[in-house]
Write a protein that binds this ligand. Structure first.
Ligand code: NAP
Length: 319
Protein backbone atom coordinates (compact mmCIF):
# COMPACT_ATOMS: atom_id res chain seq x y z
CA UNK A 1 0.00 0.00 0.00
CA UNK A 2 1.54 3.30 -1.02
CA UNK A 3 0.99 6.44 0.99
CA UNK A 4 -0.99 8.99 -0.96
CA UNK A 5 -1.87 12.61 -0.60
CA UNK A 6 -5.39 11.83 -1.71
CA UNK A 7 -7.89 9.89 0.30
CA UNK A 8 -11.06 9.70 -1.72
CA UNK A 9 -12.71 6.65 -0.18
CA UNK A 10 -13.33 5.34 3.34
CA UNK A 11 -11.78 2.01 2.26
CA UNK A 12 -8.56 3.72 1.33
CA UNK A 13 -8.64 5.61 4.59
CA UNK A 14 -8.86 2.35 6.50
CA UNK A 15 -5.91 0.96 4.59
CA UNK A 16 -3.83 4.01 5.35
CA UNK A 17 -4.79 3.94 9.00
CA UNK A 18 -3.82 0.28 9.21
CA UNK A 19 -0.57 0.99 7.46
CA UNK A 20 0.04 3.85 9.81
CA UNK A 21 -0.44 1.78 12.95
CA UNK A 22 2.37 -0.51 11.79
CA UNK A 23 4.68 2.33 10.81
CA UNK A 24 3.91 4.21 14.01
CA UNK A 25 5.44 1.27 15.85
CA UNK A 26 8.51 1.52 13.68
CA UNK A 27 8.82 5.20 14.39
CA UNK A 28 8.40 4.54 18.08
CA UNK A 29 11.06 1.82 18.05
CA UNK A 30 13.35 4.20 16.31
CA UNK A 31 12.80 6.86 18.93
CA UNK A 32 13.59 4.34 21.65
CA UNK A 33 16.71 3.18 19.83
CA UNK A 34 18.15 6.68 19.60
CA UNK A 35 18.93 7.89 23.11
CA UNK A 36 21.69 10.48 23.26
CA UNK A 37 24.14 7.78 24.43
CA UNK A 38 23.26 5.30 21.65
CA UNK A 39 26.28 3.56 20.09
CA UNK A 40 24.86 4.46 16.67
CA UNK A 41 24.98 8.12 17.56
CA UNK A 42 27.55 9.67 15.24
CA UNK A 43 26.55 13.32 15.66
CA UNK A 44 27.21 15.89 18.36
CA UNK A 45 26.44 19.53 19.13
CA UNK A 46 29.09 20.33 16.50
CA UNK A 47 26.88 18.75 13.83
CA UNK A 48 25.03 21.48 11.96
CA UNK A 49 21.64 20.75 10.39
CA UNK A 50 19.67 23.22 8.28
CA UNK A 51 15.93 22.82 7.71
CA UNK A 52 14.09 24.99 5.19
CA UNK A 53 10.47 26.13 5.54
CA UNK A 54 10.57 25.29 9.23
CA UNK A 55 8.26 27.85 10.83
CA UNK A 56 5.41 25.32 10.78
CA UNK A 57 4.33 21.86 9.70
CA UNK A 58 6.77 19.01 9.17
CA UNK A 59 9.80 21.33 9.04
CA UNK A 60 9.02 22.82 12.45
CA UNK A 61 8.53 19.37 14.00
CA UNK A 62 11.78 18.19 12.44
CA UNK A 63 13.76 21.11 13.86
CA UNK A 64 12.32 20.30 17.28
CA UNK A 65 13.27 16.61 16.99
CA UNK A 66 16.81 17.24 15.73
CA UNK A 67 17.39 19.78 18.51
CA UNK A 68 16.09 17.29 21.12
CA UNK A 69 18.61 14.79 19.77
CA UNK A 70 21.45 17.23 20.41
CA UNK A 71 22.42 18.68 17.04
CA UNK A 72 22.92 22.35 16.29
CA UNK A 73 19.84 23.17 14.23
CA UNK A 74 19.19 26.16 12.01
CA UNK A 75 15.48 26.92 11.61
CA UNK A 76 14.88 28.90 8.46
CA UNK A 77 11.73 30.67 7.38
CA UNK A 78 10.90 32.99 4.51
CA UNK A 79 9.05 35.29 6.88
CA UNK A 80 11.07 36.70 9.78
CA UNK A 81 8.08 37.25 12.07
CA UNK A 82 6.77 33.71 11.59
CA UNK A 83 10.29 32.30 11.95
CA UNK A 84 10.96 34.17 15.17
CA UNK A 85 7.62 33.09 16.65
CA UNK A 86 8.57 29.47 15.87
CA UNK A 87 11.99 29.94 17.48
CA UNK A 88 10.44 31.45 20.60
CA UNK A 89 8.09 28.52 21.09
CA UNK A 90 11.00 26.08 20.80
CA UNK A 91 13.22 28.13 23.09
CA UNK A 92 10.40 28.14 25.64
CA UNK A 93 10.87 24.35 25.76
CA UNK A 94 14.55 24.85 26.53
CA UNK A 95 15.72 24.03 23.01
CA UNK A 96 18.60 26.07 21.67
CA UNK A 97 17.88 26.80 18.00
CA UNK A 98 19.52 29.16 15.52
CA UNK A 99 17.44 31.22 13.12
CA UNK A 100 18.06 32.76 9.71
CA UNK A 101 15.64 34.12 7.13
CA UNK A 102 15.59 32.10 3.90
CA UNK A 103 13.18 32.35 1.01
CA UNK A 104 14.08 29.49 -1.33
CA UNK A 105 12.21 31.18 -4.15
CA UNK A 106 14.57 34.16 -4.05
CA UNK A 107 18.16 33.69 -5.22
CA UNK A 108 19.44 36.74 -3.32
CA UNK A 109 17.97 35.33 -0.11
CA UNK A 110 19.73 32.01 -0.82
CA UNK A 111 23.06 33.80 -1.33
CA UNK A 112 22.61 35.87 1.85
CA UNK A 113 21.79 32.69 3.78
CA UNK A 114 24.87 30.86 2.44
CA UNK A 115 27.11 33.78 3.52
CA UNK A 116 25.49 33.87 6.96
CA UNK A 117 25.95 30.11 7.41
CA UNK A 118 29.61 30.34 6.37
CA UNK A 119 30.26 33.18 8.82
CA UNK A 120 28.29 31.62 11.67
CA UNK A 121 29.35 27.94 11.43
CA UNK A 122 31.91 27.68 8.66
CA UNK A 123 29.87 24.91 6.99
CA UNK A 124 27.12 22.33 7.51
CA UNK A 125 26.56 18.59 7.78
CA UNK A 126 22.86 18.08 7.05
CA UNK A 127 20.50 19.93 4.73
CA UNK A 128 16.79 19.12 4.76
CA UNK A 129 15.01 20.74 1.83
CA UNK A 130 11.55 20.81 3.34
CA UNK A 131 10.06 24.13 2.15
CA UNK A 132 7.26 23.56 -0.31
CA UNK A 133 4.01 24.94 -1.63
CA UNK A 134 0.86 23.70 -3.28
CA UNK A 135 -2.12 25.81 -4.20
CA UNK A 136 -4.34 22.81 -4.93
CA UNK A 137 -7.26 21.84 -2.77
CA UNK A 138 -7.29 18.18 -1.73
CA UNK A 139 -9.74 17.05 -4.37
CA UNK A 140 -9.09 19.58 -7.13
CA UNK A 141 -6.36 20.25 -9.66
CA UNK A 142 -5.19 23.68 -10.78
CA UNK A 143 -2.08 24.93 -12.57
CA UNK A 144 -2.78 28.59 -11.94
CA UNK A 145 0.33 28.96 -9.74
CA UNK A 146 2.54 26.54 -11.67
CA UNK A 147 5.50 28.93 -11.91
CA UNK A 148 5.58 29.59 -8.18
CA UNK A 149 5.21 25.89 -7.41
CA UNK A 150 8.08 24.93 -9.74
CA UNK A 151 10.25 27.79 -8.49
CA UNK A 152 9.71 26.89 -4.83
CA UNK A 153 9.65 23.09 -4.93
CA UNK A 154 12.24 22.38 -7.62
CA UNK A 155 14.47 25.40 -8.27
CA UNK A 156 14.45 26.35 -4.56
CA UNK A 157 16.17 23.15 -3.33
CA UNK A 158 18.37 23.02 -6.44
CA UNK A 159 19.71 26.58 -6.07
CA UNK A 160 20.17 26.15 -2.33
CA UNK A 161 22.10 22.91 -2.83
CA UNK A 162 24.31 24.58 -5.44
CA UNK A 163 25.03 27.45 -3.04
CA UNK A 164 25.81 25.15 -0.11
CA UNK A 165 27.65 22.32 -1.91
CA UNK A 166 31.15 23.72 -1.19
CA UNK A 167 30.22 24.15 2.48
CA UNK A 168 29.39 20.54 3.35
CA UNK A 169 32.05 19.28 5.76
CA UNK A 170 32.02 15.70 4.35
CA UNK A 171 33.93 14.49 7.39
CA UNK A 172 34.10 12.63 9.79
CA UNK A 173 30.57 11.36 9.05
CA UNK A 174 29.07 11.50 5.61
CA UNK A 175 27.22 14.74 4.95
CA UNK A 176 23.60 14.38 3.94
CA UNK A 177 20.89 16.05 1.91
CA UNK A 178 17.33 14.92 2.53
CA UNK A 179 14.83 16.31 0.05
CA UNK A 180 11.24 16.16 1.30
CA UNK A 181 9.40 15.06 -1.77
CA UNK A 182 6.21 13.27 -2.71
CA UNK A 183 5.07 10.09 -4.36
CA UNK A 184 2.93 12.27 -6.55
CA UNK A 185 6.22 13.00 -8.32
CA UNK A 186 7.15 9.40 -9.07
CA UNK A 187 7.60 8.31 -12.64
CA UNK A 188 4.59 6.03 -12.57
CA UNK A 189 2.38 9.14 -12.44
CA UNK A 190 3.56 10.17 -15.92
CA UNK A 191 1.83 8.79 -19.01
CA UNK A 192 3.90 10.62 -21.66
CA UNK A 193 6.19 7.88 -23.02
CA UNK A 194 8.88 10.24 -24.39
CA UNK A 195 9.12 11.92 -21.01
CA UNK A 196 9.30 8.58 -19.22
CA UNK A 197 12.06 7.51 -21.58
CA UNK A 198 14.02 10.70 -20.94
CA UNK A 199 13.82 10.29 -17.16
CA UNK A 200 14.48 6.55 -17.17
CA UNK A 201 17.71 6.82 -19.10
CA UNK A 202 19.85 7.60 -16.10
CA UNK A 203 23.14 7.42 -18.01
CA UNK A 204 22.03 10.26 -20.26
CA UNK A 205 20.00 12.22 -17.71
CA UNK A 206 21.35 15.73 -17.11
CA UNK A 207 20.32 18.89 -15.30
CA UNK A 208 19.64 20.46 -18.69
CA UNK A 209 17.19 17.66 -19.55
CA UNK A 210 15.37 18.02 -16.25
CA UNK A 211 15.13 21.79 -16.68
CA UNK A 212 13.97 21.29 -20.25
CA UNK A 213 11.20 19.01 -18.98
CA UNK A 214 10.11 21.65 -16.49
CA UNK A 215 10.17 24.42 -19.11
CA UNK A 216 8.10 22.24 -21.45
CA UNK A 217 5.52 21.83 -18.71
CA UNK A 218 5.36 25.57 -18.04
CA UNK A 219 5.06 26.17 -21.76
CA UNK A 220 2.12 23.74 -21.97
CA UNK A 221 0.52 25.52 -19.03
CA UNK A 222 0.93 28.89 -20.77
CA UNK A 223 -0.59 27.53 -23.97
CA UNK A 224 -3.40 25.81 -22.07
CA UNK A 225 -2.42 22.42 -23.56
CA UNK A 226 -1.01 20.75 -20.45
CA UNK A 227 -3.87 18.25 -20.22
CA UNK A 228 -2.92 16.73 -23.60
CA UNK A 229 0.70 15.89 -22.82
CA UNK A 230 0.57 13.05 -20.30
CA UNK A 231 1.68 15.00 -17.23
CA UNK A 232 0.66 13.61 -13.81
CA UNK A 233 -3.09 13.94 -13.37
CA UNK A 234 -3.24 14.68 -9.67
CA UNK A 235 -2.00 18.02 -8.31
CA UNK A 236 -0.23 18.38 -11.67
CA UNK A 237 2.04 21.37 -11.04
CA UNK A 238 3.06 20.09 -7.61
CA UNK A 239 3.64 16.59 -9.03
CA UNK A 240 5.86 17.95 -11.83
CA UNK A 241 7.87 19.99 -9.30
CA UNK A 242 8.50 16.86 -7.22
CA UNK A 243 9.16 14.75 -10.32
CA UNK A 244 11.92 17.21 -11.22
CA UNK A 245 13.20 17.23 -7.63
CA UNK A 246 13.34 13.42 -7.54
CA UNK A 247 15.18 13.28 -10.85
CA UNK A 248 17.64 16.00 -9.78
CA UNK A 249 18.24 14.24 -6.44
CA UNK A 250 19.09 11.00 -8.20
CA UNK A 251 21.43 12.75 -10.59
CA UNK A 252 23.16 14.61 -7.78
CA UNK A 253 23.48 11.42 -5.72
CA UNK A 254 25.33 9.77 -8.62
CA UNK A 255 27.62 12.77 -9.07
CA UNK A 256 28.42 12.93 -5.36
CA UNK A 257 28.98 9.21 -4.85
CA UNK A 258 32.39 8.68 -3.25
CA UNK A 259 32.64 12.35 -2.25
CA UNK A 260 31.16 12.08 1.24
CA UNK A 261 27.72 13.44 0.47
CA UNK A 262 24.55 11.36 0.32
CA UNK A 263 21.35 12.58 -1.32
CA UNK A 264 17.98 10.95 -0.64
CA UNK A 265 14.30 11.83 -0.95
CA UNK A 266 11.56 11.23 1.59
CA UNK A 267 7.81 11.18 1.10
CA UNK A 268 6.15 11.72 4.48
CA UNK A 269 2.75 10.59 3.18
CA UNK A 270 -0.56 12.27 3.86
CA UNK A 271 0.21 14.51 6.85
CA UNK A 272 -2.02 16.97 8.70
CA UNK A 273 -0.48 20.34 7.86
CA UNK A 274 -1.49 23.66 6.28
CA UNK A 275 -0.69 22.15 2.88
CA UNK A 276 -3.45 19.55 3.30
CA UNK A 277 -5.77 21.98 5.11
CA UNK A 278 -5.26 19.92 8.25
CA UNK A 279 -6.25 16.62 6.70
CA UNK A 280 -4.11 13.53 6.76
CA UNK A 281 -3.43 10.23 8.42
CA UNK A 282 -0.48 11.31 10.56
CA UNK A 283 0.78 14.28 12.51
CA UNK A 284 3.74 16.45 11.51
CA UNK A 285 5.57 15.08 14.56
CA UNK A 286 5.14 11.51 13.31
CA UNK A 287 6.38 12.47 9.85
CA UNK A 288 9.30 14.39 11.40
CA UNK A 289 10.25 11.40 13.53
CA UNK A 290 10.85 9.32 10.41
CA UNK A 291 12.56 12.21 8.61
CA UNK A 292 14.94 12.58 11.59
CA UNK A 293 15.67 8.87 11.49
CA UNK A 294 16.55 9.05 7.81
CA UNK A 295 18.62 12.20 8.23
CA UNK A 296 20.61 10.58 11.05
CA UNK A 297 21.20 7.08 9.71
CA UNK A 298 24.59 5.77 10.84
CA UNK A 299 27.26 6.46 8.15
CA UNK A 300 27.68 2.71 7.53
CA UNK A 301 23.97 2.32 6.77
CA UNK A 302 23.47 5.52 4.82
CA UNK A 303 22.31 4.92 1.26
CA UNK A 304 22.32 7.47 -1.52
CA UNK A 305 19.98 8.06 -4.45
CA UNK A 306 17.01 6.48 -2.66
CA UNK A 307 13.42 7.60 -2.50
CA UNK A 308 11.96 6.72 0.89
CA UNK A 309 8.25 6.00 0.96
CA UNK A 310 7.75 6.60 4.66
CA UNK A 311 10.27 4.12 6.18
CA UNK A 312 10.89 2.04 3.08
CA UNK A 313 13.44 2.89 0.42
CA UNK A 314 12.15 2.24 -3.05
CA UNK A 315 13.45 2.58 -6.53
CA UNK A 316 10.46 1.04 -8.22
CA UNK A 317 10.04 3.99 -10.51
CA UNK A 318 13.80 4.52 -10.87
CA UNK A 319 13.50 8.01 -9.40
P1 NAP B 1 3.25 23.39 5.37
O1 NAP B 1 2.79 23.19 6.76
O2 NAP B 1 2.42 24.20 4.44
O3 NAP B 1 4.73 23.96 5.44
C1 NAP B 1 5.40 24.40 4.30
C2 NAP B 1 6.55 25.27 4.75
O4 NAP B 1 7.26 25.71 3.58
C3 NAP B 1 6.08 26.53 5.49
O5 NAP B 1 6.97 26.83 6.52
C4 NAP B 1 6.16 27.60 4.40
O6 NAP B 1 6.34 28.91 4.90
C5 NAP B 1 7.42 27.11 3.71
N1 NAP B 1 7.62 27.77 2.42
C6 NAP B 1 6.76 27.91 1.38
N2 NAP B 1 7.34 28.60 0.39
C7 NAP B 1 8.59 28.92 0.82
C8 NAP B 1 9.67 29.64 0.26
N3 NAP B 1 9.60 30.23 -0.94
N4 NAP B 1 10.81 29.76 0.98
C9 NAP B 1 10.93 29.20 2.20
N5 NAP B 1 9.92 28.54 2.80
C10 NAP B 1 8.78 28.40 2.10
O7 NAP B 1 3.43 21.99 4.62
P2 NAP B 1 4.09 20.61 5.05
O8 NAP B 1 3.08 19.56 4.79
O9 NAP B 1 4.76 20.69 6.38
O10 NAP B 1 5.17 20.49 3.89
C11 NAP B 1 6.55 20.23 4.13
C12 NAP B 1 7.10 19.43 2.98
O11 NAP B 1 6.48 18.13 2.95
C13 NAP B 1 6.81 20.04 1.59
O12 NAP B 1 7.96 19.92 0.78
C14 NAP B 1 5.69 19.18 1.06
O13 NAP B 1 5.67 19.16 -0.35
C15 NAP B 1 6.05 17.83 1.64
N6 NAP B 1 4.95 16.87 1.68
C16 NAP B 1 3.87 17.09 2.47
C17 NAP B 1 2.84 16.15 2.50
C18 NAP B 1 1.62 16.32 3.37
O14 NAP B 1 0.71 15.48 3.29
N7 NAP B 1 1.56 17.35 4.22
C19 NAP B 1 2.93 14.98 1.73
C20 NAP B 1 4.03 14.78 0.92
C21 NAP B 1 5.06 15.73 0.92
P3 NAP B 1 5.08 29.93 5.13
O15 NAP B 1 4.52 29.59 6.48
O16 NAP B 1 5.71 31.26 5.07
O17 NAP B 1 4.10 29.69 4.03
Amino acid sequence: MRCSLFIPSPTLLTHLDLQYSATAMLAMDYKLSMPSSSPTKWWSKETVAVVTGANKGIGFALVERLAELGLTVVLTSRDVTRGKAAIESLRAQGLDIEFCQLDVGDSSSIMAFASWLQRRFGGLDILVNNAGVSFNEIDSNSVEHAETVIRTNFYGPKLLIEALLPMFRRSPATSRILNISSQLGLLNKVSNSALKELLRDEDKLSEEKIEYMVSQFLDHVKKGTWQEHGWPKVWTDYAVSKLALNAYSRLLATKQEGHGLSVNCFCPGFTRTAMTRGRGSRTPEEAAEVAARLALLPPSELPTGKFFKWCTPTLYSKL
